[in-house]
Design a protein around this ligand. Structure first.
Ligand code: LLP
Length: 423
């Protein structure tokens, strides 16, 4: 459920009419609902009730400082994957002991930053990384708390670009080698081994792969304990999918996901962490855009929007589906017509969808892409020299611009012309 509903025929973000925001900030823009973000966080928190747990919001999904600050106030932890994300987390008020550091290629500088600033744990992904971290921690006279990310070789049954838990993927160490690697980790003077980490992919719409992976993790935890390791924490990653297509079957609910966790690892007495990103932010955001032209082609009609692939790359990159709805509600029973919905960027890949059935739309009408709060703004670029679009956060009747649109001069003046070209 989200908080984007029609009221008197106009799409609202909580209690704010979307056209009011458009009038103030101009299109295109992203708008997020605080109530939806909060609700999604609480769904996970409730799903893990009874377990010692921490939700570590995967900020890669949406790392705007206002969104992070809201999450930090709710008591969430956070999953970061770069020095930049770590700095964002600290700036938004997350204490170091609620920050976990994931990622397949952490640099020594990133390790240093997190060790000095405070960290709950590093999720280590390889032996060389583990040795490097031990060295960095030793040089600072400290020990780095770690889990080791295992690759359980489970098929997450999701898009190939976002599946991470198969042996062929670059992530984690093969679970078959885990005992040896844990053995080495325990000997390294700069490390304190606290647990196991796993993350098998994103936009999972079936609980079965989670069940398989978590069962393997539970078995491994028992073996490692027998080997003498103090396995006291399990990071189970993120990945629970969201309903992009409202007409389709709904993916499992957080509470059902929580049951899988309790069933598979609940009896180990470990502290459990999860790293949801998409489910928290995805349906908490819209991308709002204006129809520039309706163009008749040879055999189809094109809806040309002022938003483009540089603003929301998911359709071009993953063939992803996003619901597109008019801001002024279409009258019940109105005839729908097929449109190819496209942006103004100069490549055919800048197509959001083909043959989508939509109510009649004209130049100047506003439309919204639903489920755009995760992996939307964070993946945007300035391709075609289109400045990054603004982000807005709604809270009840209030709204605030949480990232303004840069001016064209700001965009242009980030570049510099070398002296030798100036004369
Ligand atoms: N933890 C780790 C280690 C991850 O790599 C990810 C996502 C998450 C947590 C959060 O997964 P989520 O709960 O959001 O599914 N850009 C793609 C998604 C990439 C996901 C990468 N890792 C998209 O737009 O679909």
């Amino acid at each position: 459920m989200d908080h984007f509903l029609y009221q008197n025929g106009i799409l609202h973000a909580e209690d704010v009419p979307v056209p009011d925001i458009a009038a103030e900030v101009g299109t295109p823009f992203y708008v997020y609902s605080s109530a939806t973000l909060e609700r999604h966080y609480k769904l996970f928190d409730e799903a893990l009730e009874g377990l010692d747990h921490l939700i570590c919001y995967a900020m890669k999904a949406n790392s705007n400082q206002a969104v992070l600050s809201l999450m930090a106030r709710l008591g969430s932890g956070v999953d970061v994957v770069s020095g930049g994300e770590y700095r964002r987390a600290i700036a938004a008020g997350f204490p170091g002991d609620r920050i976990v550091f994931s990622g397949v290629g952490k640099t020594r500088a990133e390790m240093m930053l997190a060790l000095q600033g405070g960290i709950r744990q590093f999720n280590v992904e390889s032996e060389p990384e583990m040795r490097a971290l031990s060295g960095v921690a030793q040089s600072l006279g400290t020990r780095a708390p770690i889990t080791i990310r295992v690759n359980p070789d489970v098929d997450a049954k999701t898009h190939e670009k976002i599946a991470t838990g198969k042996a062929e993927n670059k992530f984690g160490i093969p679970i078959s080698r885990a005992r040896d690697v844990y053995g080495e980790a325990a000997m390294l003077p700069g490390l304190d081994v606290v647990g196991i980490d796993v993350h098998i992919g994103s936009q999972l719409t079936d609980l079965e792969p989670f069940e398989q992976a978590y069962t393997k993790v539970a078995d491994l935890a028992r073996i490692l304990r027998e080997d003498g390791h103090d396995i006291r924490r399990l990071d189970l990653g993120g990945g629970l999918g969201i309903p992009y297509e409202r007409s389709n079957d709904a993916p499992p609910l957080p509470v059902e996901y929580g049951e899988v966790i309790k069933r598979t690892v609940g009896d180990l007495g470990c502290e459990v962490e999860i790293e949801p990103g998409r489910l928290i932010a995805g349906n908490a955001g819209l991308l709002v855009s204006d129809v520039i032209y309706v163009k008749s082609g040879e055999d189809r009609d094109f809806l040309i929007l002022d938003a483009a692939m540089n603003d929301l790359i998911r359709p071009a990159m993953y063939g992803a589906y996003h619901d597109i709805v008019p801001i002024v509600e279409a009258p019940a029973g109105v005839a729908l017509t097929p449109f190819d919905v496209v942006g103004p960027v100069c490549e055919t890949g800048d197509t959001f969808t083909k043959g989508r059935s939509l109510p009649p739309l004209e130049a100047g009408d506003l439309v919204a892409f639903r489920s755009a709060g995760a992996y939307g703004a964070v993946m945007a670029s300035e391709y075609n020299s289109r400045p990054l679009i603004p982000e807005v956060l709604v809270h009840g009747h209030q709204f605030a611009v949480i990232r303004r649109r840069p001016t064209f001069d700001e965009m242009i003046n980030r570049d510099t012309i070398p002296e030798w070209l100036e004369s």
